[in-house]
Design a protein around this ligand. Sequence first.
Ligand SMILES: Cc1cc2nc3c(=O)[nH]c(=O)nc-3n(C[C@H](O)[C@H](O)[C@H](O)COP(=O)(O)OP(=O)(O)OC[C@H]3O[C@@H](n4cnc5c(N)ncnc54)[C@H](O)[C@@H]3O)c2cc1C
Length: 446
Amino acid sequence: MSSEPRFRVAICGAGIGGLTAALALSRSPDIEVQVYEGAQKLAELGAGIGLFSRPWELIRKLGLDAELLKYTEIKPVEGPVTAFNYRKSDTPEGIEFYTLVTKGNLMTFHRPDFQNALLQNMPRSTRIHCSKRLRSYIQRPTGPIELYFEDGTTATCDILIGADGLKSAVRRSMYTEKARIAQSEQKMREAMECEASIEPVWSGTNAYRALIPAERLSARYPGHRVFTQPTQYLGKDGYVIAYPIAKGKFINFVAFKSRHDLEGTKFNGPWVSPSDSSEVTSMFRTWEPEVQALMDCIERPLRWSIHILRPLSTYVHGRVALIGDAAHASPPHQGSGAGQAIEDAFVLATLLTHPSTTRHNLSRALSIFDHVRRPVAHDVHERNRLNGQYFTFHHTSPSEELSLSPEERLRRLKELGETFTKNWEWAWMTSAEPVVREALQLLVQS
Ligand SMILES: Cc1cc2nc3c(=O)[nH]c(=O)nc-3n(C[C@H](O)[C@H](O)[C@H](O)COP(=O)(O)OP(=O)(O)OC[C@H]3O[C@@H](n4cnc5c(N)ncnc54)[C@H](O)[C@@H]3O)c2cc1C
């Protein structure tokens, strides 16, 4: 960029949200983009990620699909596709009860491949700085925003995008400042609400994640169904999800164990820690043999105590915006957190790259972003919560279930399948396009 940029964007965090925002913004060569990542190097978690049609459409618009398709054998189709098989599996004999059919496939990837695809497409002009962990920022009514990093260095920008995940330092700074302003105006309730928005809370669920080498599972259980069909194994207070990734080299495995009554409490212990496979196995001891076979093949799974954010009252303050998990970390029961981060990045970049957006009206673009994206993300959050309850038979009592005839049990299970599908189909039956259109309309009208 030879001449003075239109404005300078700093993105804090190089996860899926931050990198997608950087890529989408870099399409406007007159906008300067600097990405600050706290980790020493860019390294995504060795786990799987799935994207339904709604975010995949945005991936196509960003021109990332060709690169991503190199990493998967899944051929995207637009018509109906079987996405997951559902089994009730918390007894020695499992019951197959439902097949989830979606419009368009669930595109599944190994996360490092996904990150690579984003980086491959990133223009050289976008600078990514590692080992730059943001501590806080200062925003004054005019002039550049000042960024303060843990290593004692500083930087400035015209607009700051907080894509720094669940424990976001940008959110902490933003809501501390908002609480201070509310206090100075004697709005004590608002000040308390702002303070309560800073820290995530425990969802009551722990997830155990592992990648299973395909040969290992093949040796233990030849022809296991998850080689050909993504499957969710459901039971009281827990469920397991398994599907192939990286062209079938691995099975992505996640086991969830829930205590819904503990949602919103404080989790005592590390949020992510290596765990022992026996810890998981013991919780699913009575489940059907297919699940036992998966359990036998995992080694040192990572235990994630799933933390979420209470819905925030805003994602923006002046020229600072939150996106992705920093704005709306949700329970992961619809595989949609990364998709929602991509949608944030796409909508925000559409507003910022619009020719009418300049250094002098950045906060207008951000408030439109907040107006169009927050209701969608909060609705998605609630739908994820509900699916977590459906998948773990939260509203079913085991004694009542025992009294049912096999036919009645199957009928109720199928009904459950239809209920969680209805709650979830926004992910493949709807598009982000109306949100983008509304954002642009508001921008040109304002
Ligand atoms: C078990 C499980 C399964 C999931 N499966 C799916 C799925 O199939 N599909 C899907 O769409 N979503 C899924 N999700 C959700 C998804 O992983 C997240 O929503 C998504 O990764 C959020 O992306 P992000 O970029 O907002 O945040 P993150 O991925 O958390 O990235 C934040 C980045 O910011 C950096 N950072 C943090 N603090 C600072 C700081 N102070 N300064 C600078 N950098 C900082 C971090 O190092 C990191 O690189 C799943 C989540 C879980 C827990």
